[in-house]
Design a protein around this ligand. Structure first.
Ligand SMILES: Nc1ncnc2c1ncn2[C@@H]1O[C@H](COP(=O)(O)OP(=O)(O)O)[C@@H](O)[C@H]1O
Ligand SMILES: [Mg+2]
Length: 449
């Protein structure tokens, strides 16, 4: 299983730590190396002292040399002397105790120095005769490595701390940027901005956090769609309820005034029935859209179902001709009798409604290996080609239907589609060469998946 985010975090961390260790080690040794030499201008001063001592020594003025040495020692708070290679102090110089203990003349001023000597080293400037030396204990102010502690604090504490803070910042940004976008999007969504999406804002990155953003987008897409559908349903329902309510209002007024009570009471009943079925259908539709249920608990025989639906319809539409064709048995499992019966009845009733009196309705069920195809053909006016999909939208009605059949609501096919889909099938409409409508339903024999 790939974990891009793990590698993204691991990269800067591992690399950062390696670079840090390397930089600290490298800078540490570089600094120590650079600090192990006496500064150039101090080297010059020491050499200059050597020259002055040599000048005085050559002039043979031992007293002047001694006085100069005296003054130098007092001024620099150090020890200085002029000696021969055979270690004979000259000009009244005295040799220090350390010199006696193990000294073999001093160190050249250009040599590298050990930084951790407790006491300052003795420097040696050899005269041009090659065997006389000006020796001086390096004055404290010239001792190299004065800033050693500060440098080591910087390298061992400040630098690692800085780098670690920087690394944390990189990792924080890597994690927080998408999370911040998600937070903003969630807030915007909760405030009603249903169109907000996150994935596009995260650019080219591709890891667990972009997967999270994609999931959010899918959730926002579906929830947004549902909310809009529900809003539309409520708006359409209240619009549809207005007409029967007005009619009831008028009828009640007439009844109150005692006008033709016999005529208006059944009318009020009819309007109430209409409103009840409208509300029930809308609620069923809202439930099907919201819950997206799987209606797969029942086994049924489609021939029985068609038989009973057609019996009812034949009874109601006595002026229509019906032709029915189906196999001896058409069993399906993992379905819903109630949902399918309602869907099939809606389709067959539509065919009856839109077929002129005396017209023929043809119901044909064919059996296939995976399921059954039910076709309902009529002899009505059909549906304009660009509206063949729209008729499955809640409350959509063709303008012709609105004129010819004012009592419809445009919910039948929308319900039928969701009911058939909830049992694993599909439904679609097409116009026959004659111009009439064919509605086909595919009903799987068993529910797969
Ligand atoms: N058999 C048909 N012939 C012609 N038009 C149809 C047919 N069935 C459905 N329609 C069109 O599809 C629309 C939606 O159908 P439906 O959802 O059942 O609503 P309703 O029947 O209440 O109008 C109808 O208003 C009508 O315009
Ligand atoms: Mg209908």
């Amino acid at each position: 299983m790939s974990r891009p985010l793990f590698w993204k975090l691991c990269g800067p961390l591992a690399l950062g730590t390696l670079v840090l260790v390397w930089v600290v080690t490298f800078l540490g040794s570089e600094t120590e190396q650079k600090m192990s030499y006496i500064a150039e201008h101090h080297q010059q001063t020491l050499k200059q002292w050597g020259k002055t001592a040599e000048r005085l020594y050559r002039a043979g003025d031992e007293q002047a040399l001694a006085a100069w040495l005296e003054e130098l020692q007092a001024h620099e708070d150090t020890w200085a002397a002029v000696v021969r290679s055979d270690v004979q102090p000259l000009a009244g110089s005295s040799l220090s105790a350390r010199f006696h203990e193990g000294f073999r003349l001093g160190r050249n001023v250009e040599w590298k120095m050990h930084l951790y000597f407790p006491e300052n080293p003795i420097m040696d400037v050899t005269f041009s005769d090659g065997h006389t030396h000006f020796l001086v204990t390096l004055p404290q102010r010239m001792r190299p490595g004065q800033y050693l502690h500060q440098a080591s604090f910087f390298l061992k504490v400040a630098l690692p701390l800085g780098v670690l803070v920087l690394l944390t910042l990189v990792i924080y940004r890597l994690l927080m940027e998408p999370l911040r976008q998600l937070e903003l999007a969630t807030r915007a969504f909760s405030e009603g901005n249903l169109g907000v999406r996150v994935r596009a804002l995260l650019g080219n990155r591709n890891d667990e956090l972009t997967a999270l953003a994609e999931t959010f987008d899918r959730m926002a897409e579906r929830t947004g769609e549902r909310i809009l559908t529900q809003r539309q349903l409520i708006a359409d329902l209240s619009h549809e309820l207005r007409t029967p309510l007005t009619r009831i209002d008028m009828a009640v007024s007439c009844v109150e005034e005692g006008i033709d009570t016999q005529h208006f009471l059944p009318r009020i009943h009819r309007e109430c029935r209409l409103m009840r079925s409208l509300v029930e259908d809308t609620l069923t539709l809202a439930w099907l859209e919201n819950e997206n249920p799987r209606l797969d608990q029942e086994c049924l025989d489609l021939t029985d179902l068609l038989d009973s639906v057609l019996e009812d319809v034949r009874y109601e539409y006595t002026d229509h001709c019906f032709s029915a064709e189906w196999p001896a048995q058409a069993e399906i499992s993992g379905s819903s009798h109630r949902a399918l019966a309602q869907a099939v009845e809606n389709v067959i009733r539509n065919a009856c409604h839109y077929t002129p009196l005396g017209g023929k309705i043809r119901v044909c069920l064919r059996s296939y290996e995976a399921g059954y195809l039910l076709c309902v053909d009529d002899e009505g006016p059909g549906v304009p080609a660009d509206q063949l999909e729209l008729i499955f939208t809640p409350f959509f009605r063709t303008s012709r239907a609105r004129n010819d059949r004012p009592d419809g609501h445009g919910l039948g096919l929308a319900l039928a589609r969701r009911q058939v889909e909830a049992t694993g099938g599909w439904i679609r409409a097409e116009n026959l060469p004659s111009g009439s409508l064919r509605v086909s339903l595919w009903l799987p024999a068993t529910r797969a998946g």
